[in-house]
Design a protein around this ligand. Structure first.
Ligand code: NAD
Ligand code: TYD
Length: 345
C-alpha cells in the first residue's frame, strides 16, 4: 500500500490492445488501485486507446522502454509500487519472421529488466503475461489440449522469445525468490486490437470490400478468448496466483481461421468471393487449444463472453469507431502523443 492509501502497480504495454483494456477494466473495477503504465509507444502502442483516462489521477502514463532497468527501478521507488504486471511485448508472429531482434530486446531483455527490479525491491508480486504459443503446435485431428505440464516447444521467433522470457521468470523465482506467476493465454480478440492480427484485419478489409488474405488452406485452429476475460484472469493471477506457478487461460473456443472469416463476412453481409488464399506463413502452427481448468480451480476465474456475442460486439466497435481505424491506417495515431499528451506528470 502506498502512503496515499492506494495500492500501486506498474504495468507495461498499457497503450497496446490487451494492456489498454487491462488498465481501463482495472481502474473501473478496483477503486483503490493506481496504475503506473509504462509503454514505449511502438507501432502497436496507441494513446488514443487511453483517451478516456486522461483526467484520471489513478493512471500515470510513462513513455519509456521496459529495458531501461534504472528508470523502472526509480519509478517503482518513487510511486511505492507493490508489484509488476508485464504485458509489453513485440506480439506479431509475422513481424518476428521478418526480423527477430526487437523480439529479443523487448520480450527477453525487457522481461529480465523488470524481473531484476522485482528482485532488487523485493516486490510483492510479478506477473508475466505469456502465451499458449510457447507450447508449439497440436495435431489438427487430435483432441489433445495444452496443459501447464506440456513441454515448451516454440516454433516461431515470437514464441521462442516468449518461451525464453518464461524461462527467466522461472529462474528468477527459483534462484532469487521473486514471487512470480506466469499466465499463458490463447488468442485474444476484442476492441482496439491492431489490424495486423486476423480478426481486426478481416473486419476492416471486409468493411471496405477489400480481399481477405487467408494463409494456406485456412484450416489452422486457434482457441479464441475475449480480451476482457483475459484481463480478468491476469488480475486474478496477480491477486491469487501462487508464486512459481503457471496458469493457462482459454475459453474452450476452437475455431478454424476460415470459420472466423466466414462469420465476419456473414455478420457484415459481404460475399465470400472476398476470400483470397495466399501463401502460407512459414512454420505456421496448425492448432492451439487450452486446458484452463487449473486457472478456474485455483484463481476462481471463468470466461464470461460467448464467442458469437463477443465477435458481434467487436465488429460493432470497429464500425462505430471509424476515426480510430482511419488514424491507424493513415499512421496519424502516432501523432497523438505530441498533440494531446505531451506533458510531464
Ligand atoms: P500489442 O502489440 O497490441 O501491444 C504491445 C504493447 O507493448 C504496445 O503498446 C507497445 O508499444 C508496447 N511495447 C512494445 N515494446 C515495448 C518496450 N520495449 N517497452 C515498453 N513497451 C513496449 O500486444 P497485445 O496483443 O496487447 O499483447 C500483450 C501481451 O499479451 C504480450 O505479451 C503478448 O505476448 C501477450 N499475449 C497476447 C495474445 C493475443 O492474442 N494478442 C494472446 C496471449 C498472450
Ligand atoms: P494472428 O492474428 O497473427 O495470431 P497468431 O499467429 O499469434 O495466432 O493469426 C491468427 C491466425 O490467422 C493464424 O493461423 C494466421 C492466420 N492469419 C491469416 O490467415 N491471414 C492473415 O492475414 C493473418 C494476419 C493471420
Amino acid at each position: 500500500m502506498s502512503s496515499n492509501g492506494n495500492k500501486t502497480i506498474l504495468i507495461s504495454g498499457g497503450a497496446g490492445f490487451i494492456g489498454s483494456t487491462f488498465v481501463m477494466q482495472m481502474l473501473a473495477t478496483q477503486s483503490n488501485l493506481r496504475i503506473i503504465n509504462v509503454d514505449a509507444l511502438t507501432y502497436a502502442g496507441n494513446l488514443e486507446n487511453l483517451q478516456s483516462l486522461e483526467q484520471d489521477e489513478r493512471h500515470i502514463f510513462v513513455h519509456a522502454e521496459i529495458q531501461n532497468t534504472e528508470l523502472m527501478d526509480s519509478l517503482c521507488r518513487q510511486y511505492e509500487v507493490e508489484g509488476i504486471i508485464n504485458i509489453a511485448a513485440e506480439s506479431h508472429v509475422d513481424r518476428s519472421i521478418h526480423d527477430a531482434s526487437p523480439f529479443i530486446e523487448t520480450n527477453i531483455g525487457g522481461t529480465v529488466s523488470l524481473l531484476t527490479v522485482a528482485r532488487n525491491l523485493k516486490l510483492k508480486k510479478y506477473v508475466q503475461v505469456s502465451t499458449d504459443e510457447v507450447y508449439g503446435s497440436l495435431d489438427l485431428n487430435s483432441d489433445e489440449l495444452f496443459t501447464e505440464e506440456t513441454p515448451l516447444a516454440p516454433n516461431s521467433p515470437y514464441s521462442a522469445s516468449k518461451a525464453s522470457a518464461d524461462m527467466f521468470v522461472r529462474a528468477f523465482h527459483h534462484t532469487h525468490d521473486v514471487p512470480a506467476v506466469i499466465t499463458r493465454c490463447s488468442n485474444n480478440y476484442g476492441p482496439r486490437q491492431f489490424p495486423e492480427k486476423l480478426i481486426p484485419l478481416m473486419i476492416l478489409n471486409a468493411k471496405e470490400s477489400r480481399s481477405l488474405p487467408v494463409y494456406g488452406d485456412g484450416m489452422n485452429v486457434r482457441d479464441w478468448i475475449h480480451v476482457e476475460d483475459h484481463c480478468d484472469a491476469i488480475w486474478r493471477a496477480y491477486e491469487y496466483g501462487k508464486p512459481g506457478e503457471v496458469y493457462n487461460i482459454g475459453s474452450d473456443n476452437e475455431c478454424s481461421n476460415l470459420h472466423i472469416v466466414h462469420s465476419i463476412l456473414s455478420i457484415l453481409g459481404k460475399s465470400t468471393d472476398l476470400i483470397q488464399y495466399v501463401t502460407d506463413r512459414p512454420g505456421h502452427d496448425r492448432r492451439y487449444a487450452i486446458d484452463a481448468s487449473k486457472a478456474k480451480r485455483e484463481l476462481g476465474w471463468a470466461p464470461r463472453i460467448p464467442f458469437e456475442q463477443g465477435l458481434q460486439s467487436t465488429i460493432e466497435w470497429y464500425l462505430e469507431h471509424p476515426e480510430w481505424c482511419e488514424h491507424i491506417l493513415s499512421g496519424q495515431y502516432r501523432d497523438y502523443y505530441s498533440q494531446q499528451y505531451h506533458r510531464e506528470r
